[in-house]
Design a protein around this ligand. Structure first.
Ligand SMILES: Nc1ncnc2c1ncn2[C@@H]1O[C@H](COP(=O)(O)OP(=O)(O)OP(=O)(O)O)[C@@H](O)[C@H]1O
Ligand SMILES: [Mg+2]
Length: 279
């Protein structure tokens, strides 16, 4: 099948990211390291402690899922790791760089070259076609357009949207827009993929395509951090960490959707009043 051939080609290109001997995950360099990361938002008169002293360590080639009740700080954590926002306190290293020590220009370079972000609400540009949206990060980075266009076609094929290249976002379903957003995140072959609910709007089959792609690119050396409400999706990851009220609330190995679901429902059922708010 054409799709399989394209997948193989993509995988071959990414294979050199892994060390030749394919060492175990614990021997891979640390890609993301957060220490005591906190984020407080001013919300009118009140302050919302969206993240409280979160520690996190993710090694290159890991596929990590983040779960937790709505409002527990999942998107906030992903935004901080993606250098889209700055922590109130704590330290964050991404790809060996301490983000707090970098200038705005250096942060822009990291965002553009090392990180692919799949937003919870897609953030596609409405006046550009699916293909143009996917191409945009490559064009902004000054990549040669012919090469990049081939890659756009490959990626749209991989997410099952080969037939939708010329459609505007408004002509696509939510799930299709979500997959365009994933293709856009992958177009520059970033070392770190941050995906916020990448299967939230997908039917089972499209969801499995996306999860299979994420698993595969992680196996080949790209690091994937995925936020999800779905225990089945989370179980595609190597490890699942849980957030509650902005704090780490445990972790389990991936692979068992029922375990993930019961862990999550325990968190949901414990009494709590959402993220800490104080005057
Ligand atoms: N820009 C902001 N200003 C004020 N409060 C914010 C802001 N962004 C997030 N929050 C608050 O921080 C808390 C965590 O939000 P976050 O978006 O990280 O949650 P989440 O776990 O991603 O939830 P969901 O599953 O609903 O997407 C919430 O209480 C939210 O209202
Ligand atoms: Mg969120």
């Amino acid at each position: 099948m054409l799709l399989d051939r394209v997948t193989e080609a993509l995988v071959r290109r990414q294979r050199n990211r892994r060390d030749k001997l394919s060492p175990a995950s614990s021997q891979q360099p640390i890609e993301v390291e957060a220490r005591s990361l906190s984020k407080t938002f001013a919300d009118g008169e009140r302050r919302v402690e969206a993240l409280r002293q979160v520690d996190l360590e993710v090694r290159r080639g890991d596929f990590l899922a983040i779960m937790g009740p709505s409002g527990s700080g999942k998107s906030t954590l992903l935004h901080l790791v993606g250098a889209l926002d700055t922590p109130t306190s704590g330290t964050l290293m991404v790809g060996g760089e301490r983000l707090g020590a970098l200038s705005d220009n250096e942060l822009t370079t990291i965002r553009s070259e090392q990180i692919g972000f799949v937003f919870q609400f897609f953030n596609l540009l409405p006046t550009l076609t699916a293909a143009e949206n996917v191409l945009l990060p490559a064009l902004i980075a000054g990549e040669r357009s012919r090469q990049s266009k081939g890659r756009v076609t490959e990626l749209l094929g991989l997410v099952g949207l080969a037939e939708r290249e010329g459609h505007l976002p408004g002509e696509l379903s939510g799930g299709e827009q979500q997959r365009v957003s994933l293709a856009r995140a992958l177009v520059r072959n970033p070392g770190l993929i941050l995906a916020d609910e990448p299967t939230g709007n997908l039917d089972t089959e499209s969801g499995n395509t996306v999860l299979g792609l994420l698993r595969r690119i992680a196996r080949e050396g790209q690091t994937v951090i995925m936020v999800t409400h779905d225990p089945v999706a989370a179980s595609s990851a190597d490890k699942i960490i849980f957030l509650r009220d902005g704090q780490r609330a445990g972790e389990i190995a991936g692979g068992d959707p029922q375990h993930a679901a019961s862990y999550l429902s325990q968190l949901d059922n414990r009494n709590g009043d959402g993220p800490a708010r104080r005057p």
